[in-house]
Design a protein around this ligand. Sequence first.
Ligand SMILES: Cc1cc2nc3c(=O)[nH]c(=O)nc-3n(C[C@H](O)[C@H](O)[C@H](O)COP(=O)(O)OP(=O)(O)OC[C@H]3O[C@@H](n4cnc5c(N)ncnc54)[C@H](O)[C@@H]3O)c2cc1C
Length: 411
Amino acid sequence: MTSPQHHDIVVIGAGIAGASIASELLERGQTVCIVESAPNPASACSSHSYAIAHPHVGRGAPRLLRLTRIAFLMAEARWGHIWNQHGIFQPSKKDKIFNRDDVASYLQSLDHDESMAQALYAHQALQACGVNQDGIWLPRGASLNLSEATKDALKPHPKLNCYWNTSVARLEKADLGWKLFDFQNQEIMTADKVIIAAALETKKLAASIGVRLPLRPVRGQLSIFSVAADSVWTPLLPRTAISGDGYCLPSKQLADRSYEWIVGSSFDEGESDLQDWDSSDDFNREQARGLLSYAEGDISQLQKAGSFVGVRCVAGDRLPIIGALAQRPGIFLATALGSRGALWSALAAKLITAQVLEDDFALLARLGFATDLVAALAPARFFAGALATAPALGAFASNSKPILPSVPKAR
Ligand SMILES: Cc1cc2nc3c(=O)[nH]c(=O)nc-3n(C[C@H](O)[C@H](O)[C@H](O)COP(=O)(O)OP(=O)(O)OC[C@H]3O[C@@H](n4cnc5c(N)ncnc54)[C@H](O)[C@@H]3O)c2cc1C
């Protein structure tokens, strides 16, 4: 029997996370092996065609604001050639008084110039993007077909090896590097470095090497609505994307003059059912009313024409888990992308590549990663002993006992 092949770098999972990391490593001249359970890339959550991408500009956690700004710039650079830059409008909360000057200086404090984010009163927003509400206009906001982006990143390359239909059941430490086993307990291959980008399944793979991760599923459904040309909704349908409580894409007129309008998404904590639910469409109809500030809108005129259902993987603190698993040298994680697959995958590509290739921290700093941001994403944040003084490239943990974060807010 021939011994299993050895690879320098193996990436487990061919969703947007694994694909972005593999592609960045290839660009840096590395040979990469990707191992995926399905027969093709983008088979799971990354089969999503309607993902929006924008920096987070709401009030809240300063690290999230800084991280999404950096990640957005990275996503724009990475996916700009295939994304639809239609802009995104973020309406102000209805229960808050909107003061344009205050919001403008807040945006400046986040380092957003006018090309990135503009505070607008309703009449200005109507002119800029056709939405008659106070709020923030993000002209560079875009949507991305994650499936297309994943496939684009994994297009044939002389240094890329792909193992399709291959599920990794567990990992085991080898003398040098790591062994990967399938569900028949056959050794598939060995590797110096293993990047686990298997969304929720990362939890089982990490558990196989004694590391517990607080990951859980959050089911989501987007609804594709058909709106008749003479519907009361038609004059209000947006020509830009809107992101607030839920989100919608710009409406599109079809050959029969009706409109297609995609609105989402439901947020079902702890659920992983991939069936289509009528209740989720009803939820999205209500979100549609909220996004357009059209409380009296007759939701029966939003006819269902299709849907996308996926299961997000989230960590308790709603930040992604990206970085070296310092207590298992040679293992790296890129998971818990939650509802920001486009942004976090672009950031994971840069951060994981820097860590795998052991670039110095100065390079990461040039990309905008301060030490505290790297530590905020590191797997070590969940383990007892993870300190604010964690080292720049991945932080350390004294053991693998998770500190379970408090219950998060739904988005
Ligand atoms: C309703 C909904 C709306 C969303 N909206 C947005 C949005 O607007 N903007 C945005 O940016 N993101 C959005 N997202 C999130 C985005 O879709 C995800 O964050 C992203 O697709 C996750 O990518 P991933 O690569 O981590 O996971 P996945 O795409 O799930 O990929 C993981 C891969 O690992 C493989 N795998 C698993 N276990 C193994 C194993 N043991 N061995 C080998 N392979 C394995 C799987 O087959 C899969 O291909 C949304 C998600 C949903 C559900």
